[in-house]
Design a protein around this ligand. Sequence first.
Ligand SMILES: Nc1ncnc2c1ncn2[C@@H]1O[C@H](COP(=O)(O)OP(=O)(O)OP(=O)(O)O)[C@@H](O)[C@H]1O
Ligand SMILES: [Mg+2]
Length: 373
Amino acid sequence: MISNCFGAFNWCKGNDGVDDQPQEQVIATRTFSYNSLRSATRDFHPSSKIGGGGYGVVYKGALRDGTQVAIKSLSVDSKQGSHEFMTEINMISNIHHPNLVELIGCCVEGSHRILVYEFLENNSLASSLLGSRSKYIPLDWPKRAAICHGTASGLRFLHEEAQPNIVHRDIKASNILLDGNFNPKIGDFGLAKLFPDNVTHVSTRVAGTVGYLAPEYALLGQLTKKADVYSFGVLMLEIISGKSSSKAAFGDNLLVLVEWAWKLKEEKRLLDIVDPELTDYNEIEVYRFILVALFCTQAASQHRPSMKQVLQMLSTEVHINEKALTKPGIYRWHSLNESSSSSQVKKQNKYENPYVTSTNFSGTDIVTEMIPR
Ligand SMILES: Nc1ncnc2c1ncn2[C@@H]1O[C@H](COP(=O)(O)OP(=O)(O)OP(=O)(O)O)[C@@H](O)[C@H]1O
Ligand SMILES: [Mg+2]
């Protein structure tokens, strides 16, 4: 059923002989025959379907040894030549981190392009935290904080340690999956590279993901790590507020989540954004997390922290220099010119993090500016 083809030659052979041109390629991942995935999903039965997004349909399946997997059948439009496809797959399958969804293998037969991932029991954040009532799973503050932290670790790894470095391009709640212990794992990293640049599924579905798009990416196509940082900031606001950025609108003016957070900050009632389902939480810590999210969503990409700095701000009780915070960028406002001058960001300090003024957190500055709910 499975061939582990590391260093294999003529990798397609043996997969029921259905594939197109045999070719020489070094493969670091397992390959599955189409037939084996058919039996894993009861012939891709609709009842095995667990989701579907811009890239294709996702099925839950069980391999012969009982391992549960998520099987993602990529949409036909998106497929590349098998050689290019396998090059990207090899790259993705070499990337391992506790906060990244593991790619178990793939199937490339004829026109089929299918990815086989580890299965995450608690579905995506989009469905467990932000979805319908029937799928809602209550997550207390320590779990939400751990989800922010774990997601930041995974993203930092993609940005700084994965070789080559990867810009995810589509950080959002449906791409954050939760395992049995609610540890977050980022899915779909590297996938954008399987699709031709002019057919990125983000640009074809801008309406659905608009709430996450950094303005410079949405308007000018400037794709950098800082665009991911922006999306991560939006995701954090969703985790803290329990509200979906792409679905909900706030206040009389129907503000998007980031705008609303900024308005609350200006009105000095930032903690009003916290999910009413959260009754017991450390206000100082939550306040710090909201500030980190706002730093991530600043209009000017160069003002946003790196994921390394984000992790530092989330994990230690640093005192965050709130005065360095500039206005968020909102795609639909076309607000690229709204950023404040970079002089507002303090010079690098000994923590190599301009947003942090001290790790000896006394809490006083923040507490005096914080209006409890
Ligand atoms: N490894 C997995 N384990 C468990 N469920 C998964 C897994 N991968 C995907 N899913 C489920 O399938 C759904 C659809 O995933 P998919 O990536 O196809 O769409 P999406 O994330 O909504 O959009 P996009 O195509 O932009 O990523 C997810 O929201 C999740 O519920
Ligand atoms: Mg996805």
